[in-house]
Design a protein around this ligand. Structure first.
Ligand SMILES: Nc1nc2c(ncn2[C@@H]2O[C@H](COP(=O)(O)OP(=O)(O)OP(=O)(O)O)[C@@H](O)[C@H]2O)c(=O)[nH]1
Ligand SMILES: [Mg+2]
Length: 370
């Protein structure tokens, strides 16, 4: 298929990279690309890096670096951001190429499914720490582990294979969140300082803070990273019975989103005199936080929930550490094999079940295509 793809993920960056595949690529480049040395590219230029300009119909003359990766594949590096990359992609579409997504591009290359999944995940990964874990899988860590489990299955080493599969399954607790942040929902009564705490955790003012209860009406969320782990922080409307229809809807949505949270932070006002307690919810992990602790002194001898002051920042670091301990109880070791897609988890679980039923062949059959 003759196609063009933007390989770099959306977002701010100094450089964007496109790739295009076509048997007519040299012909197309002679139309669209002006090498600085003012010459025509030939097949001899494969694997060379060539600087030049990419004119557009609007008169923009984008500076680009072009590299012929193969006889029919070119990589084009231009300025970061969407506009330059879109302009170049558009000129290639006008030359008859089809614009496709990065995962469609990967499917069309020689990559196997696991390799494609790793590269797709690297495209979406949110933090450097997550990228490090995925790079380790790209270097073959997960594949090696799967091979070694297959050998153990061949040798009928049931316990060792089951242990390894269980470790792999456990690794997905972190792996699945490398491309999808953990969701932490901040909930509690009106005016206790939920929005202030969200802002303190983010380090900038995302949510509106006001001294009247009922300020936050809708879900406000922002993505951040704690200790290199991606976290979506969600601020909610204060939980109370209200006559105001808009506020009621906000409270209903808060309750719904709390059920889907990885952790709920139940924020209480330290000055209210209320006993610290968890919210009544099905099974979501909760941390109880006494906020506005700058206005009170802790009662001696009482079990300490987390005490914070969104105003002074006191206790916010402890809250972050505790949150990270709950979300990532076991930090993957460097070079540990990690599962990071639902497909991998389903396969490993199914292999484990087969193994527990002493069905080595089925376990093997499920793992083999991974
Ligand atoms: N002294 C003190 N005041 C705080 C603290 N946290 C929040 N406040 C104040 O409490 C008031 C309410 O804060 P918000 O962050 O808007 O509270 P909220 O829980 O989001 O309120 P709703 O959105 O109405 O449910 C504001 O006047 C804040 O400045 C704190 O730790 N210490
Ligand atoms: Mg609020």
């Amino acid at each position: 298929m003759e196609c063009v793809v933007l390989l770099t993920p959306p977002g701010r960056a100094a450089v964007s990279t496109l790739a295009a595949r076509s048997p007519r690529i040299l012909e197309i480049l002679s139309d669209c690309f002006r090498p600085a040395a003012d010459r025509t590219l030939t097949a001899e230029d494969t694997q060379r890096i060539i600087y030049g300009r990419w004119p557009s119909s609007t008169g923009a003359n984008e500076e680009v670096v072009v590299s012929l990766r193969a006889q029919d594949v070119v990589e084009i590096h231009c300025h970061g951001g969407q506009a330059a990359a879109d302009m170049i992609a558009q000129t290639l579409v006008e030359q008859g190429l089809l614009r496709i997504s990065p995962s469609e591009w990967l499917e069309g290359t020689a990559c196997d499914l696991l390799q494609t999944e790793i590269l797709t995940a690297l495209h979406k990964v949110q933090t450097e720490r997550g990228a490090g874990i995925l790079m380790s899988q790209l270097r073959g860590r997960l594949r090696q582990e799967l091979k070694s489990i297959l050998t153990q299955l061949d040798d009928r080493q049931m316990v060792r294979a089951a242990d390894a599969l269980e470790r792999l399954e456990a690794s997905s607790n972190v792996g699945l969140h490398l491309t999808k942040p953990w969701r932490v929902v901040v909930a509690g009564k009106p005016n206790v300082g939920k929005s202030s705490l969200v802002n303190a955790l983010l380090g900038y003012d995302r949510a509106i803070v006001f001294d009247q209860p009922g300020t936050t009406r809708d879900i406000v969320s922002a993505t951040t990273a704690f200790d290199g782990w991606p976290i979506e922080l969600v601020d909610t409307a204060g939980l109370r019975v209200s006559g105001d229809v808009i506020e009621q809807q906000g409270v209903a949505r808060a309750q719904q989103i709390m059920d889907e949270a990885d952790v709920v932070l139940h924020v209480m006002d330290a000055t209210s005199g209320e006993e610290p307690k968890t919210l009544q919810m099905a099974s979501t992990e909760q941390l109880v936080i006494l906020n506005k602790c700058d206005l009170t002194t802790p009662v001696e001898g009482t079990a300490p929930p987390i005490r914070t002051s969104a105003l002074t920042g006191e206790g916010v670091d402890q809250l972050v550490s505790q949150l990270v301990r709950i979300l990532v109880p076991q930090i993957p070791a460097a070079d540990q094999p990690v599962l990071f897609t639902e497909r991998q988890v389903v396969a490993v679980r199914s292999a484990l079940e087969s193994l527990q039923a002493a069905n080595f062949e089925r376990a093997r059959a499920v793992l083999q295509p991974l």
